[in-house]
Design a protein around this ligand. Structure first.
Ligand SMILES: [Zn+2]
Length: 114
């Protein structure tokens, strides 16, 4: 399962890709046909995961830059925020992947396919 999350694969068949573009997610799995978005607003939960990932990443970068450079806190915060920007799409993708795996673990039935 960890490999499927890291390679952003479908939680049911673990073959179909979760994304077809940088942040483009298809409606269904290309391999097994599972609907990725179960209901309207389904990925709101992924936003909470994304927030946690982003804060953690910025905090780590902030701590490392502060420790290495000894710059004023304002500059370190600015550099940390700027360093996070290229990682935002990665954070988006993995937060959705973690959310869909967590949700499928809690409620494995696919309501749209019934
Ligand atoms: Zn699939």
């Amino acid at each position: 399962m960890l490999r499927a999350i890291l390679t952003l694969r479908c939680p049911r068949c673990r073959r179909g890709p979760l994304f077809t573009g940088v942040i483009t997610m298809p409606e269904r799995c290309a391999s097994c046909g599972m609907y990725y978005e179960r209901e309207h607003g389904y990925f709101v939960g992924a936003m909470a995961i994304s927030y946690g990932l982003a804060v953690t990443l910025v905090a780590v970068v902030f701590s490392v830059v502060l420790w290495v450079t000894k710059w004023p806190v304002e500059w370190v915060l600015l550099v940390s925020g700027a360093a996070f920007l290229p990682l935002a799409p990665v954070c988006f993708r993995y937060s959705r992947a973690l959310w869909i795996y967590l949700d499928r673990r809690i409620d494995p039935l696919d309501h749209k396919d019934r």
